[in-house]
Design a protein around this ligand. Structure first.
Ligand code: SF4
Ligand code: SF4
Length: 80
């Protein structure tokens, strides 16, 4: 039987740090983020593939992404 491992990612933006620069919006090829009221909002977290481009680009380290998985033991490999 074929087993499919499906990962989901919980994306948190610390709005107290976010300066609304839009770097995460342009870095994410999967269009996860939108700027709303000058802050980044992860509108489509289901699109995330954990490439980490947004984390690397954010100048104030405001983004945290955590794996939420049907196979929970793997989650720790994806925590920042
Ligand atoms: S980790 Fe990659 S796919 Fe996920 S939100 Fe960041 S840039 Fe987008
Ligand atoms: S890159 Fe960081 S500071 Fe810039 S909009 Fe995204 S979360 Fe905010």
């Amino acid at each position: 039987m074929k087993r499919v491992i499906k990962l989901r990612f919980e994306i948190q933006v610390d709005v107290s740090k976010c300066i609304g620069c839009g770097q995460c919006v342009s870095a994410c090829i999967n269009e996860v983020y939108e700027l709303v009221g000058g802050k980044s909002v992860p509108k489509r977290p289901e699109n995330c593939v954990y490439c980490r481009a947004c984390i690397v680009k954010c100048p104030v380290n405001a983004i945290k992404i955590t794996a939420r998985d049907i196979h929970a033991p793997f989650a720790r490999f994806y925590e920042k």
